[in-house]
Design a protein around this ligand. Structure first.
Ligand SMILES: [Zn+2]
Length: 745
């Protein structure tokens, strides 16, 4: 059921090729599902299910696992159509129940429904993110409007909503436990926030808008992808000055793959652009690569996204107006931890001036260095990473490539397992090769058990390497989540990255940032695995809260235990020298002006777009004017410019929600200080206990603000974040008056 309600956003989010995102989860399959069906239907259903592997019950070890070895794109459309129809049939039966509505016959049944659809979505997600192809994208385009109308049919099923409402209205008087009450409230809100309270024409218009938005979101994502694929730059061997050997080797292999043996391919993705701009000595080429990357979706012609954005903004605004909201952001934030756009803006505006002031200092440092070199230039956006790296070397004497020698992918994975063992009491053991089907030979699987009791908890799939058809970035997802209401289910979690494969027999060396991201995504997986909730809906994430747990996990990368045992040189096996670690820690405050400003600019523009009157809006002009008003420095751009801002326009997962990363950062810094202050530091058993109990295991079964207070004994404060970034903590806001971000209600 949860899957059905969020189907649309999942589909769109899956298509987004941007950033880290925890994609939606799966509801458990109900084993007794077949028994409740009329026999005739069951027979017909049985044959469809049997002939389509995407619909079939998961079989094999570990409570059944997805048949990733049997995936064929041609099965997707019939499977999805069947699963949607089946889910609607189940929902009609719930709505038509002549008995008075109760938790058991309405809410619990909804939680139970949609098992086939959940299974199909697991495969769909793999195609959308890990194994895309033109064939899949064609089916995806055909399915998008069907998924939207399917979702509308559930949301607009008035008989169903009336039953949900009856349970909701009676919730205080019923003897529901706290978790059940929260499920009822979350489900009711999903309906109410999505137009279920509407009648007649308004209701029809609402559904029309959703359908059109789904098309636009998909089109937006595909346009960005087209511009990523369409702007590969091929270099000659005399154009490689400054580039590290590993990068050059990867570029050579890529060029060969693309039929240009002897040349070097620079793809139009973040993983190519970022190192190229950091190291290439060729300023003209840097400008070209920069232009290609930051013009994605903004090149005129058939893949330009500006008109699509204007239409999206208008439709979103019209839709929330039907529900009585002033603007999209207000509607979007009501069930977030921030609760209102004003609270989110308040946080961003508190940090923005310090970030911009730091950019000025960084640019001054870089300009001085360029002048000293006699470069005779003014720092431009395509120079920022390049000179920042030089300043880093000069001032912090930290060579990213030297650091890499100590960051081996396999060792990092072992380090993560160690951390999970210490904090969560989890043990990871590789499953026997071939015992669990995978969708690509690179994917490996581990079993997760409780270290003490040996109890099985779930599986962890890892798809580590970049390849054609895989979206960029890193993300976590799950194929099945933990629930207990129909018997305990195990968790099937996965992490996905885009590391570049090393030469055969060579270890994969990664950057410090990529190592952090690896830990980050593992934090999402631990969040899935640690769940102790009863109902599927309670596994859902609260967008400005769910990044917090994963961001916090990044902190363990630089703990002494990990450094001493896992960050060892790939040739000598020596642990990373103390002096280098000290430099890394010092350097973590370096370039925070750039990182914070490029991020906040995107987050602020997102919020401005979604609080503005969209009538006649010109996205290009709006972006320019908003940045001007903010006093955006000339030397850098938004991390995601509007025409390729997939987080907010490829779907609605992060729309009016990109601020959530910083909201989560505040919680992260504040929670990390709880460990830093503890007697046992980052492995303090008491704080770790509280961490698992209050911040991971409850998922969304407890209001995030309450959960955080239970962990910390107070609301989060922004001082820790300012200290982490090396920004001054505003004096009038220090101590007792320091800005807190939790809503007191
Ligand atoms: Zn994340």
């Amino acid at each position: 059921m949860r899957q059905s309600l969020i189907a649309l956003s999942v589909a769109a989010a899956m298509a987004a090729a941007a950033g880290c995102s925890k994609e939606a989860a799966q509801a458990p399959s109900a084993d007794d599902k077949m028994q409740v069906q009329a026999s005739a239907t069951a027979d017909a259903k049985g044959s469809v299910v049997a002939s389509n592997p995407l619909l079939a019950e998961w079989t094999g070890p570990y409570g059944g696992v997805p048949a990733f070895d049997k995936m064929r794109v041609e099965d997707l459309k019939p499977a999805m159509e069947f699963a949607m129809a089946e889910n609607l049939r189940e929902i009609d039966a719930i709505a038509a129940n002549p008995e008075p509505a109760t938790f058991a016959n309405t809410i619990a049944e909804l939680e139970r429904s949609g098992a086939e659809l959940d299974r199909v979505f697991s495969y769909y997600g793999i195609w959308a993110a890990n194994m895309s192809s033109p064939e899949f994208r064609e089916v995806q385009g055909e399915l998008a409007p069907k998924l939207a109308s399917f979702q509308s049919k559930i949301i607009q099923n008035d008989a169903l909503f009336q039953r949900v409402k009856a349970v909701y209205d009676a919730r205080e008087a019923s003897d529901l436990d706290a978790e059940q009450k929260r499920v009822v409230e979350l489900i009711y809100n999903q309906f109410a926030n999505n137009g279920a309270t509407l009648k007649g024409e308004a209701k029809e218009r609402y559904a029309e808008i959703n359908k059109r938005l789904a098309e636009l979101h998909t089109k937006f994502a595909n346009n960005v992808l087209a511009d990523e694929e369409g702007y590969t730059l091929f270099l000659r061997s005399d154009q490689l000055s400054g580039l590290p050997e590993s990068f050059v080797n990867a570029a050579a292999a890529l060029a060969e793959e693309k039929g240009q043996k002897g040349n070097y391919a620079i793809t139009n993705t973040r993983s190519s652009m970022d190192p190229f701009l950091t190291y290439s000595d060729n300023r003209e080429l840097r400008e070209k690569v920069w232009n290609n990357y930051y013009s994605r979706g903004d090149n005129g012609g058939e893949h330009d996204n500006n008109a699509i954005i204007a239409e999206i903004l208008k439709l979103r605004d019209e839709r929330v107006e039907l529900l009585g909201f002033d603007n999209y952001a207000q509607w979007r934030l009501q069930d977030r931890m921030a609760k209102t756009p004003e609270r989110a803006m308040e946080l961003m505006e508190a940090v923005w001036p310090a970030a911009v002031a730091r950019v000025e200092e960084e640019v001054a440092d870089m300009q001085a260095l360029a002048d000293e070199e006699g470069a005779d230039i003014t720092i431009k956006p395509w120079d920022y990473r390049y000179y920042a790296e030089k300043v880093r070397k000069a001032k912090y004497d930290l060579n990213s490539d030297e650091v890499k020698q100590y960051l081996q992918l396999d060792k990092l994975r072992e380090a993560m397992f160690y951390v999970a063992g210490e904090l969560f009491n989890f043990e990871f053991s590789p499953v026997e090769e071939g015992s669990v089907p995978v969708f690509h030979e690179d994917v490996k699987v581990w079993e997760v058990t409780d270290k003490t009791s040996g109890e099985h908890i779930g599986l962890w799939y890892l798809d580590p390497f970049a390849r054609a058809g895989k979206r960029s970035g890193a993300w976590a997802t799950m194929y099945r989540d933990h629930t207990t209401f129909d018997g305990k289910t195990n968790v099937l979690s996965s992490n996905n990255s885009n590391f570049i494969k090393g030469a055969p027999g060579e270890p994969v060396l990664v950057s410090w940032d990529d190592a952090s991201t690896f830990f980050h995504e593992f934090g999402h997986a631990l969040h899935f695995l640690a769940s102790n909730v009863t109902y599927p809906t309670l596994n859902g994430g609260v967008r400005d809260y769910t990044e917090f747990q994963s961001q916090l996990l990044e902190r363990w990368l630089s703990t002494d235990e990990v450094i001493d045992n896992y960050l060892v040189h790939y040739k000598t096996g020596e642990p990373i020298p103390e002096a280098l670690v000290a430099k890394i820690k010092k350097a973590s405050k370096f370039n925070q002006g750039f990182a914070t400003t490029e991020y906040l600019a995107s987050a602020l523009v997102d919020m401005k777009f979604h609080t503005a009157d969209p009538e006649g809006i010109d996205p290009d002009k709006f972006e320019r004017e908003t940045l001007e008003k903010l006093g955006m420095p000339d030397e850098l751009v938004m991390r995601h410019r509007t025409p390729h801002f997939g987080h907010i326009f490829s779907g609605e997962g992060y729309s009016a929600g990109y601020y959530g990363y910083m909201w989560a950062d505040v919680l992260t810094s504040d929670a990390a200080e709880a460990f830093a202050e503890a007697e046992g530091g980052f492995y303090d058993p008491e704080v770790a206990d509280k961490l698992v109990k209050h911040l991971f295991a409850p998922r969304n079964a407890v209001d995030p603000a309450d959960a955080y207070r239970a962990f910390r004994g107070r609301d989060a404060q922004i001082g820790a974040l300012m200290r982490d970034r090396g920004f001054p903590v505003p004096e009038e806001k220090s101590e007792a008056k320091e800005t807190t971000i939790a809503v007191k209600d």
